[in-house]
Design a protein around this ligand. Sequence first.
Ligand code: SF4
Length: 113
Amino acid sequence: MKELTCIVCPRGCRLTIDDELNVTGNFCPRGAQYAKDELTNPKRMITSFVRVKNRKDTVCSVKTSCSVPKGKIFDVMNEIAKVGVDAPTHIGDVVIKDVLGTGADIIITKNID
Ligand code: SF4
């Protein structure tokens, strides 16, 4: 038996998962899926920054387009640290496509003129 708090939405349901991965306490199906994923293949969104090469002392915020396995977070952060972008930047621009084969793109989250 395991207990988790669902972090998919602000309601924060308390979930209980038995040894057969049966989930109770979830208000909606997303909580059951979250609990199963958390126990079998936990994933997280990543937010970070990349250098803006053509602006002095400037960085631009980025994030993954979807969650990536927790075990790959540091490898993905290392890939993000290797790249830079040129301004202007636009929200949604892809900096790295399918980073490390995770299926997630690294995308810009800030407009810089
Ligand atoms: S189970 Fe559904 S309603 Fe409850 S916190 Fe998770 S996503 Fe929100």
